[in-house]
Ligand binder design. Structure first.
Ligand SMILES: Cc1ncc(COP(=O)(O)O)c(C=O)c1O
Length: 415
């Protein structure tokens, strides 16, 4: 048995919730820690596992396929890779060229490099989270990075700031890099950003690492009729096995032809086998529709539980990815902590992500656990604090690093 004291450093990974949960196993959306405590996972393993953990169909097909397939090959150019290129191109026909990488951060950094090589320009204007690489751990995502990158400027979802940055960097902007956050921002915002990108000869890069394979079939841009030059994808490509991609128009992807983007582990053929099987299951079993279905039930369950307990809260977003906002950060952290105590695995701020394995038994277990968590939350927190615009501003600034204005000017959407 592992001693949690000895492995306490793992808590570093759970800093936000100050939890020291050490997981042993998971099935579907239910995970077990080393003490046998069960957790209902609201994160779909950070979005990596749309089918749920240990999916029996996927695991059986992968095992069967790997009896015939090779684990690793001398070159990253393989039949399985080409097959997956075909599938992803078909799903994203406006951006048919596909380049694979391993993590979401690999894909976002590669997209920046491709845009720079394509345009010969250095500056990136960005909004939203794009991962852990230095390029994106700049203000406001990192308060005081030891290596400050002047070529990365964050407009924090604020169109005024973006326009100022475009003017200040006229002729030097390679791309505008935007992460859709459908809980807070309407598609009209991305349409406007797309217009500005065209006006200034900058590429439009959309970070769909989280939403691309769950928000809608073919992703966010396609659903809303936005023509991006480059899109990054990762979560859900290969059912939890590390595989990410940059997809782009033929023109934008010429930037990839001159930039160096090589890496060792694209030779891992198993990841591409997993990617092909995952995408086959997505199509056969209508997984995107099922994510929306289970997500809609999940949203409704939280919404009615808050209403029943007369707790001020907002449940915002699309069915398959949504946010829960409480009157203050203090309330939100307390809510997440009570949830964890009662076996509901979530953080604050956090995107709630459904998975296809969330069945009746899951919801039957969630409802009473949530009622207990909410009863504890009501006892520990001040329930007279109302939910106001300031609650939203605080949440948006923390979760998405927006400006106050960017949050409030989209009130017509989130309210
Ligand atoms: C929108 C977005 N971009 C990039 C990343 C980084 O992906 P990874 O953690 O796989 O490096 C994430 C991860 O959560 C993400 O949600």
């Amino acid at each position: 048995m592992l001693n949690p004291e000895v492995t306490g450093h793992l808590a570093e990974w759970e800093r936000e919730t100050r939890s020291s949960i050490i997981f042993r196993s998971a099935n579907g959306a239910v995970a077990e820690d080393i003490n046998g405590k069960m957790y209902l996972d609201m994160t779909s393993c950070s979005g990596a596992s749309p089918l749920g953990s240990n999916d029996t169909v996927f695991n059986a097909r992968l095992a069967r396929a790997m009896e015939q397939e090779t684990d690793i090959l001398p070159s990253p150019v393989s039949l399985q890779r080409l097959r997956l290129v075909g599938k992803i191109s078909k799903m994203f026909p406006d951006t048919p060229r596909v380049f694979f990488l391993r993590t979401g951060s690999c894909a976002t950094e590669a997209a920046v490099r491709i845009a720079r090589y394509r345009t010969g320009r250095p500056v990136l204007l960005t909004a939203g989270f794009h991962g852990w690489h230095d390029l994106f751990q700049q203000p406001p995502w990192s308060a005081n990075p030891p290596a400050r990158d002047q070529h990365i400027q964050d407009f924090r979802y604020d169109l005024d700031l973006l326009e100022q940055q475009l003017v200040m960097n006229r002729g030097r902007v390679a791309g505008i890099f935007f992460t859709p956050e459908p809980s807070i921002f309407p598609a009209a915002l991305l349409h406007e950003i797309s217009r500005l990108a065209k006006l200034h000869g900058a590429l439009l890069i959309v970070d769909e690492v989280l939403c691309g394979l769950r928000y809608a079939s073919g992703g966010y841009c396609q659903k809303h009729g936005v023509k991006a030059d480059l899109i990054t994808l990762a979560k859900g490509i290969a059912q939890g096995i590390g595989l990410s991609a940059v997809v782009g128009t033929d023109e934008a992807m010429t930037g990839a032809d001159t930039a160096y983007l090589g890496h060792t582990y694209l030779r891992e053929n198993r990841a591409f086998v997993a990617g092909n099987l995952t995408q086959e299951i997505f199509e056969e079993a209508g997984i995107v529709a099922r994510l929306a279905e289970s997500g809609s039930a999940l949203k409704r369950l939280f919404q009615t539980a808050f209403e029943r307990s007369k707790i001020p809260a907002r449940v915002l977003g699309s069915d398959s990815m949504f946010d829960i906002v409480l009157p203050s950060e203090k309330h939100g952290k307390a809510f997440a902590q009570k949830c964890l105590q009662h076996g509901i695995y979530v953080g604050y701020p956090a995107t709630y992500m459904s998975n296809a394995s969330m069945n009746e038994a899951f919801f039957e277990a969630l409802e009473p656990a949530l009622d207990l968590a909410l009863a504890d939350y009501c006892r520990s927190e001040d329930m007279t604090t109302p939910f106001t615009d300031a609650s939203m501003v605080e949440y948006c600034m923390e979760a998405f690093r927006t400006t106050e204005k960017a949050c409030l000017s989209n009130k017509h959407y989130w309210a």
